[in-house]
Write a protein that binds this ligand. Structure first.
Ligand code: GLC
Ligand code: CA
Length: 558
């Protein structure tokens, strides 16, 4: 193995105390003025990441792709998307990151390929082609799709192929055919590709949409509302038999390397957490779960957030991770809206709320991920026209709503709140045109608040959100109790205050966050009179004060 970075002094694996950072390459930093972020752009920002204290980066897909889903539709796994640079650029990035002690994990998209992948082109060429069975082909039923499943991107999950007269399955977009994980040859090809990357010395993978690889029976979904297509999300997520496939994946690839893997595991059940992530017998080292971010879990029908529900969703997972298990800590990514816009107070208490949310999730047990721009408190896009949208399912959804009779204004309003473009606007580096992201025309419009909300301004400001992140990253890495300690929720019934402890051996830390615009009362049975406050987002702080001001947060060492 070429990866010869030093292990940390403890015997525990390095990634348990790692500070991770997610890069969406298209929107991170453009080095050549074509309006698209690229690998040289990332290289130029490595010093920024080092300064922040990052030691692991996850880069969203950079492989060759027609870009229907910004790289999640891969047409060549072993090449770099031309817009992003070359394989030499990638190797340079890997080398320079390693020199700084930053590890690099890639996005591994193996539930589907692009329909432009040579495997699929062969597969669709004839019913008798040797790769026909590498994807999922079915005959239609009564001149219609094989069943009523809806794709996650909207419309049918089946696409008709004129030439061979059959339909292929695509759980996501229609140019993203699902791979047939029951076929031994395609699995072999995937395993070889994975080992090829690992032999290059990368440090692991974030494994995309992996809970979808096992397909269930192909029966219709129940259809009480008599819809044309029925959401089938639950149907092809975490199906019985998936563990056999995952074990095979691990044995043939990951287990042979000293790496870090984190699964995007929508639908993984808490009761099965050990099978997914314990070091002893799990498949992955860590997993992303989104219970606390799924709107049906934390929002009322009017879209009102319940902090109590947020706490309970997070607590369920915190309590479930076994001593050697792990979950990834996440508040934002490229599929979600900005957390300050959603849970914070973007206008009134922008700075306070960004810091409060940061402390709230960062001190929990697991590998914390920061999504680019989150460390600046970046906010949702401020788009006023559907022409600003770039995301394929958003554009599809816009058209669908209009077809169904919704007005363009209303469709825009609905989608503005949820579009994935909210987190995909370019990184705001400084107050030069387009936030210093590009000297050209950006592929997606920059949020106009870059004039005051940018990295350059925050580097200089001791009290900035960026400098707060820098401090909490350092505190967490240096504090054993905050890495390994047990989690306990306090003030369970409070609608505003999220308070919890982390305890390791005889040392306890208390984290309190008032996630609200009102003053709230701190009510815990712990003696905080003599406790030290390691960090807070208000300056004039008295550790004994029981009134928490709007979005006030404190980290106590008891
Ligand atoms: C994951 C990615 C998302 C992508 C989808 C299909 O959920 O995070 O961006 O659209 O998989 O690959
Ligand atoms: Ca570029």
């Amino acid at each position: 193995m070429k990866n010869n970075m030093k292990r940390t002094r403890t015997l525990r694996p390095w990634w348990e105390s790692a500070a991770a950072y997610q890069i969406y390459p298209r929107s991170f930093k453009d080095s050549n003025g074509d309006g698209v972020g690229d690998l040289q752009g990332i290289i130029s920002k490595l010093p920024y990441l080092s300064e922040l204290g990052i030691d692991l980066i996850w880069i969203c897909p950079i492989y060759t792709s027609p870009n229907d889903d910004n790289g999640y539709d891969i047409s060549d796994y072993q090449n770099i998307q031309r817009e992003y640079g070359t394989m030499e650029d990638f190797e340079e990035l890997l080398h320079k990151a390693h020199e700084r002690g930053i590890r690099v994990i890639m996005d591994l998209v193996i539930n589907h390929t692009s329909s432009s992948h040579p495997w699929f082109i062969e597969s669709r060429s004839s019913i008798h082609n040797s790769k026909r069975d590498w994807y999922i082909w079915k005959d239609g039923k009564d001149n219609k799709e094989p069943n009523n499943w809806e794709s996650i991107f909207g419309g049918s999950a089946w696409e008709y192929d004129e030439k061979t007269g059959q339909y292929f399955l695509h759980v996501f977009g229609k140019t993203m055919p699902d791979i047939n994980w029951e076929n031994t040859q395609v699995k072999r090809a995937i395993f070889d590709m994975i080992c090829w990357w690992l032999d290059k010395g990368i440090d692991g993978f974030r494994v995309d949409a992996i809970s979808h690889i096992k397909k269930p029976d192909f029966n219709d979904m129940p259809n009480p509302k008599n819809e044309r297509y029925v959401s089938s999300f639950d149907k092809h997520m975490n199906q019985p038999g998936i563990m056999d496939l995952l074990r095979e994946l691990k044995e043939n690839t990951f287990s042979k390397y000293d790496i870090f893997t984190v699964a995007e595991a929508n639908g993984a059940r808490i009761e099965e957490i050990d099978e997914w992530v314990s070091q002893e017998k799990g498949i992955f080292h860590s997993l992303f779960q989104f219970d606390h971010l799924n709107l049906w879990n934390v929002e009322s029908e009017e879209g009102k957030i319940s902090i109590k529900k947020l706490k309970s969703a997070l607590t369920r997972w915190q309590k479930a991770v076994s001593a050697d298990g792990n979950v990834a800590l996440v508040m934002e990514n490229h599929d979600l809206v900005r957390s300050v816009s959603r849970f914070g107070s973007p206008d009134k208490y922008w700075k306070e709320s960004a810091k409060c949310l940061a402390l709230m999730y960062y001190m929990q047990k697991g590998v914390p991920f920061i999504y680019q721009g989150q460390e600046l408190g970046m906010l949702n896009a401020d788009y006023n026209s559907h022409l600003d949208f770039r995301d394929a399912p958003t554009l599809f959804g816009y058209q669908e709503r209009i077809n169904k009779g919704m007005s363009p204004e209303e469709s825009l309003e609905v989608l503005k709140k949820s579009t994935r473009d909210n987190s995909r606007t370019p990184m705001q580096w400084d107050d030069s045109p387009h936030g210093g992201f590009t000297t050209g025309t950006p592929w997606i419009k920059v949020n106009q608040n870059y004039h005051w909300l940018n990295a350059k301004a925050q580097i200089k400001d001791e009290d900035s959100i960026l400098n707060f992140y820098k401090k909490i990253i350092k505190i967490k890495k240096e504090t054993v109790g905050l890495i390994y300690g047990d989690y306990e929720l306090l003030m369970e019934e409070s609608e505003n205050v999220y308070a919890y402890t982390r305890t390791y051996e005889d040392k306890t830390y208390l984290i309190v966050c008032n996630i609200s615009e009102e003053n709230s009362q701190l009510e815990v049975d712990l003696d905080i009179t003599k406790a030290d406050i390691l960090i807070s987002n208000y300056a004039d702080i008295n550790s004994n004060e029981k009134v928490l001001r709007p979005f006030e947060c404190r980290l106590y060492s008891l």
